[in-house]
Ligand binder design. Structure first.
Ligand code: MG
Length: 314
């Protein structure tokens, strides 16, 4: 019994999080750029985006097959489930955050801020109070590859919160290109990745920031600029990530998946042959990490489990 050679242990705490005879499953290939995975436990499937091909794909956990879920798909990127199990989507080309209702219809949750069109919502998470938090960088309007090329009307890339009453507020306004985001298990911390290195180089380090969340859960504590740097990427950038029930952060990176303890220590890596953009915990026990890596979808069973979005630890 030996660890899969793809697993690199950098801190002995990582041994307790991996399974010693589990291996990486290469589930599917054929995308241009995979991102935005969201696991639907009742349906036993994973939705994920193939952004440049303008389609959302569906991996069936029981049959192991991948089919097109939606195409065209408004160049959707990030997905998550809301508190009622409805799929919430970030649309590059729609320049909106939308939701698929129980009747199957698309409902726009937000497409403007102060009268101006959003840039191209990238990633989304739902708080247990029903608030929808999302990032709005420009990747979907920078070119025609992942959306429709356009100028930013807002002129900034912010993190927003949509209140259950439909109102929208800018909660973080000091980032260059906010990207992935996730709450800690107790929702006291909002982690947000900044991938602004794509536009301003090393003036914007490829970090995950930790913002304290205000007691009412509606904004960040201490204002929009109060944060600590949680981790800095040593290979590529952190794009999307998820938090497990113990508060460990499992993030995408250029060489695979990086796992950080709640104190920010890099515990270990899962090396992948392709650049990783996002991850998601799935399986009925939430102990299978699905990995969106450029052209392919991969997975690996772990000795931990993800938090149920908006609900907390599984
Ligand atoms: Mg992203």
């Amino acid at each position: 019994m030996a660890l899969d050679p793809a697993i690199e242990v950098l801190d002995k705490r990582f041994y307790a999080l991996v399974i010693h005879n589990a291996h990486i499953d290469h589930l599917w290939s054929g995308a241009r750029w995979t991102e935005g995975p969201a696991y639907h436990p009742a349906g036993r499937y994973l939705l994920f985006s193939d952004i440049p091909n303008d389609r959302t794909l569906r991996y069936d956990e029981l049959s192991g097959t991948v089919h097109v879920f939606e195409q065209p798909a408004l160049n959707q990127n990030g997905h998550c489930l809301d508190l009622e199990g409805r799929v919430v989507s970030c649309e590059h080309r729609g320049r909106a955050v939308s939701r698929i209702g129980h009747d199957g219809r698309r409902e726009v949750l937000a497409d403007r801020f102060e009268g101006k069109r959003l840039n191209s919502p990238n990633d989304v998470v739902v708080h247990s109070d029903g608030g929808v938090w999302f990032t709005d960088p420009t990747y979907g309007i920078d070119s025609d590859y992942e959306g429709d090329r356009a100028e930013s009307e807002i002129g900034a890339s912010n993190v927003y919160r949509i209140d259950p009453d439909g109102s929208i507020a800018a909660v973080i306004t000091d980032m260059v290109r906010p990207n992935g985001l996730a709450f800690s298990p107790d929702e006291s911390i909002l982690y947000v990745a900044d991938t602004g290195v794509s536009h301003v180089g090393r003036a914007c380090p490829p970090d995950i920031r930790a913002y304290p969340v205000a007691a009412d859960g509606r904004t960040t504590a201490g204002g929009p600029f109060a944060y600590t740097t949680f981790a800095t990427c040593d290979n590529g950038v952190f794009d999307g990530f998820r938090v497990d029930r113990a508060g460990n952060v499992w993030s995408s990176a250029g060489d695979g998946v990086h796992c950080f303890a709640p104190d920010g220590t890099l515990l270990g890596k899962i090396h992948l042959p392709e650049v990783v953009a996002n991850v998601e915990f799935g399986g009925l026990k939430r102990n299978r990490l699905y990995i969106c890596a450029t052209t392919g979808l991969y997975a690996m069973y772990l000795n931990t489990a993800g938090c149920v979005p908006g609900v907390g630890p599984a």
